[in-house]
Design a protein. Sequence first.
Length: 263
Amino acid sequence: MSHAVALILAAGRGMRMKALTAERPKCLTPLAGRPLLHWQLEALQKGGVKGLLVVGGYRADMLLPANQGMADDAYATLENPDWAQTNMLSTLLCATPWIEQQLAEGAGRIVISYSDIVYHADHIAALLEHPGPITITYDTQWESLWRLRFGDPLLDAETFLQENGYLTEIGNKPDSLEAICGQYMGLMQLSHRGWQTVLKGVAALGDNVARTDMTTFLRFLLTNGTPVGVVPVAGRWCETDNGDDLKRYQTALETPGWSHDWR
């Protein structure tokens, strides 16, 4: 039986975090007593992932397992040397040799995670159960989280529409809440065929790869007729763009039963 592996895209500093990332990568920002990275590693392992890779960039030395108080074999690391001039898609491509080695050694699924999110292990398990070659999760309870963060959810939300379990629109500016059935969370999984589809998409983008973020790439795949499966989840995750997010989450966690408590 094939197994799943995962990689965390952790190359960026996160300039909107300001002083919080002056001397460390964004994924090492603490939330609820632990760095974001530690929450992610735990959720991925509990969700069924057997092998882990962290792709760093800014202060990549700090992401070595030994510098996180972990055994050297807790996870592998790679570096995107051009992290300051490129985007998440380029960081993913830095992991190409590792991904292809994992697939050659029998991995059936590759989970890809942003590094500035935290999530429950059940979301990873649900993602891995989907049979599609390219699949993402989306939060059906997104509106309450966006109201907590922005007041007006339309200030930052993006369009997200699906039909029969497949993505039909993502990443545009919505005119109303009706254009949003959820929000993409930054979690994706690929089968072997899905990875080959990604590589074909990258080849078609050419010189635009360095400027392409993951949401834009998903929209590009849709434009080219590539099916992208979607898995709905209800809360139990957060993304951290700035210090205010951290403060709001810390306050929300003091209320038992908060819908987006990922722990």
